[in-house]
Write a protein that binds this ligand. Structure first.
Ligand SMILES: C[S@@+](CC[C@H](N)C(=O)[O-])C[C@H]1O[C@@H](n2cnc3c(N)ncnc32)[C@H](O)[C@@H]1O
Length: 208
């Protein structure tokens, strides 16, 4: 019965297994480039609530609407759009996939867009840092792990806010790395995702 449910679930979301089966960052980039044009429509049912939730949570933690915000793994810019709707003005997008970023650019909510691999230790020049960093849908299997977490942490200002989504199974794998960083968990929400049995967490940390 459970296996049948899982089969139905994947049949209605063929993009999910394609993306999560990526064997390398290069393959992930190619897969997102190919997916870019239908991404928004495909994820609407499962994910459309999340960007607005993220923007609402950030506005409770960071009232300054001119704060510098990095949307790490911005994709097609759904989070940037929700942040702009909350009044945030100083948004930077970073993503592996040029095609995803091209769609993000069309939304006209980002001051700057960077095509990059967040695994690279030098994503920006040394002087760049942010009041908040958001990584939505990025810490996931075949996506970002500890290396990306540490790189992004280095780009966060003192007392900066780091907001990330993470599914409960992947959170267990990242738990030690999340706990080791000098920051405090200041907000935790959870939402059922994909099949009702799985939870997606929205976590916010404040850097010490
Ligand atoms: C599931 S999408 C989420 C997009 C967007 N944040 C949203 O909520 O709709 C994951 C995004 O992370 C990007 N990504 C994954 N690993 C990355 C990496 N190592 N460097 C840069 N971007 C990465 C992918 O290209 C993709 O656009």
């Amino acid at each position: 019965m459970i296996e049948e449910q899982a089969k139905d679930f994947l049949e209605t979301r063929p993009w999910l297994s394609g993306i999560c089966d990526s064997q390398s960052t290069e393959e992930l980039k190619t897969n997102y480039d190919s997916w870019a044009n239908t991404y928004d429509a495909d994820i609407k049912e499962d994910w459309s609530f999340m960007p607005a939730n993220i923007a609402r949570t950030l506005s409770q933690l960071l009232p300054n609407k001119d704060a510098t915000i990095l949307d790490a793994g911005a994709g097609t810019g759904l989070v940037g759009e929700a942040l702009a709707q909350q009044g945030y003005t100083n948004l930077t997008a970073a993503d592996l996939s040029e095609k995803m970023l091209a769609i993000a650019k069309e939304r006209q909510v980002y001051k700057a867009l960077h095509q990059c691999n967040l695994e690279d230790s030098q994503i920006f020049s040394n002087s760049v840092s942010f009041d908040a960093i958001i990584a939505a849908g990025v810490f996931a299997y075949a996506h970002a792990g500890v290396e990306v977490l540490n790189n992004l942490f280095g780009l966060l200002k003192e007392e900066g806010i780091f907001l990330l989504t993470i599914r409960e199974d992947y959170r267990r794998e990242m738990q030690t790395a999340l706990e080791q960083l000098p920051w405090t968990l200041v907000s935790e929400e959870d939402f059922p995702i994909y099949d009702e049995a799985k939870l997606m967490y929205l976590l916010a940390f404040k850097k010490e």
